[in-house]
Design a protein around this ligand. Structure first.
Ligand SMILES: Nc1ncnc2c1ncn2[C@@H]1O[C@H](COP(=O)(O)OP(=O)(O)OP(=O)(O)O)[C@@H](O)[C@H]1O
Ligand SMILES: [Mg+2]
Length: 446
């Protein structure tokens, strides 16, 4: 295996024996060569191949039961594959499922020594690192108590503290981080970033799209034991979401499309065509649905299908800061209207009015819109908002005897997110086009 690679997984399959009745397991063991089989085979992994280069951070995503934990266990050597092989180069520390690696009867301190020894550290090395481990775990007196008395959060704290302090070449994490409280998660996150910056290879399973996008260079999508696609985190997460939110009867179709996409991309790459199927990294997350939409009674106009699109017309609701999008909706008119103006407004989750616009100034609306007509309303905008969640309103105004009034109005019509951006220099909710510059003047007194 080339020295650039940390992990190579080649054609790995894993079949588990499933026994319909408990005594079938015994019969199988007693008469292994009887010619009769007492079990069925369940394939948790099928012909999975991928590579992780040194220094890469790779995320594995997939629905429950897709084979993620099985794959990590095979990579860490705690489970043997039924077919295929795994090669690993470097010291590997793993945070697998709760319970693996610690002896419940031993104290936290004893387990630290046990665990770190298994990971290849000498006793003196562990002595030198013990305080750092204890301080990261931050479980106080519990360090001297048997691990069986720990809460699952304390358990993960200790396991994580050991795993990162043995300075592994490769760190494998199976969702363990989701167990700790938010402050601890933040701390782990920061630590993973540091490990990553120090050149460690990290492979982790996460259900958090944000974390995969923020931390990983690359991601892999597993489904029903098969590797459906791999690529940039944004590409993979958007495919994963498509799968996750597909109606049951459409799952097979969505799977086939993801795989075909991946094959096309591979073929294009092999042909030297660097076409990038992901436009600007924005994507549509069908799970992001406004739960607070409020629709005012219509006065002859109906707002339909509010949505955000990329410049290329692709519907999105997870946006990238700094890029251009279009917020659009249609308006059907049952009745004729005069002086028609359309508006939009973005608000924060706390209701703060952040940014909005109207299609025309007061008195400059469309003179007359006939009954039966439809308007296409576009608000092109640049997404200068901080990472976070926002809501968009839509409203149509018209003139009546009493002045201007809403012909239709939808509050929180859609919900969207701006994705995390570790390189953002602006702070606060809106980027006012900040261009920082700092220079060192002559030293004082020189
Ligand atoms: N020891 C086992 N015996 C039989 N089947 C197993 C065994 N371990 C795992 N499986 C099955 O293999 C499939 C993959 O399991 P795995 O735990 O790898 O999924 P996962 O992607 O980690 O899921 P989750 O998101 O729920 O953690 C599941 O259908 C599971 O029931
Ligand atoms: Mg799992």
């Amino acid at each position: 295996m080339s020295s650039e690679l940390a992990i190579r997984v080649e054609g790995v399959s894993k079949a588990f024996a499933i026994y319909d009745k408990p005594h079938h397991r015994l019969l199988q063991q007693l008469f292994p060569n009887s010619g009769r089989s007492w079990h069925r085979e369940f394939h948790a992994l099928r012909d999975v191949s991928f590579e992780v280069r040194r220094g890469e951070t790779v995320g594995i995503v997939g629905r429950n039961g897709s084979g993620k934990s099985t794959l990590l266990q095979i990579i860490c050597g705690t489970l043997t594959p039924s077919a295929g092989q795994v090669q690993v180069q470097g010291r590997i520390a793993a945070l697998l499922e709760l319970g693996a690696g610690f002896n419940p009867e031993f104290s936290g301190r004893e387990n630290v020594y046990l665990n770190a020894t298994v990971l290849g550290l000498q006793r003196s090395e562990i002595d030198a690192r013990f305080d750092a481990i204890a301080s990261f775990a931050d479980i106080g007196e519990f360090m001297e108590q048997p691990v069986k008395s720990y809460s699952s959060g304390m358990y993960v704290r200790l396991a994580f503290a050991v795993a990162i302090n043995v300075t592994p070449d490769i760190l494998v994490v199976d969702e363990a981080l989701a167990v700790g409280d938010e402050a601890f998660q933040r701390k782990c996150h920061a630590r993973l970033e540091r490990l990553r910056n120090d050149g460690a290879t990290i492979l982790f399973v996460s259900h958090s799209a944000g974390m995969v996008i923020e931390l990983c260079n690359r991601a892999v999508l597993l489904d029903r034991g098969e590797l459906l696609t791999q690529g940039t985190p944004r590409h993979v997460v958007s495919r994963y979401h498509k799968l996750l939110y597909a109606p049951a009867q459409r799952v097979d179709e969505v799977r086939a499309r993801i795989r075909a996409d991946a094959d096309n991309a591979a073929a294009a790459a092999a042909g030297g065509d660097a076409s990038d199927t992901v436009s600007d990294g924005a994507y549509f997350d069908p799970g992001l649905v406004s739960q607070s939409t409020l629709r005012y009674p219509s006065l002859g106009a109906h707002i339909d299908d509010p949505r955000i699109e990329t410049a290329g017309g692709q519907r999105v609701n997870v946006l990238r800061g700094g890029n251009d999008y279009v917020y659009r909706y249609r308006v059907r008119f049952d009745a004729a209207a005069a002086g028609v103006r359309c508006g939009m407004l973005f608000r924060t989750t706390t209701g703060l009015e952040l940014a909005g616009g109207v299609s025309a100034a007061v008195g400059n609306g469309i003179d007359v819109v006939e009954a039966g007509s439809e308007l296409a309303v576009h608000f092109a905008f640049r997404c200068q908002l901080a990472p976070g969640t926002y809501f968009a309103n839509a409203g149509v105004l018209g003139l009546s005897g009493e002045g201007e009034q809403y012909l239709d109005r939808r509050i929180d019509a859609i919900m969207f997110r701006v994705m995390p951006d570790p390189d953002r220099l602006a702070t606060g909710l809106v980027d006012i086009g900040i261009r920082p510059s700092v220079s060192i003047e002559a030293a004082a007194g020189v």
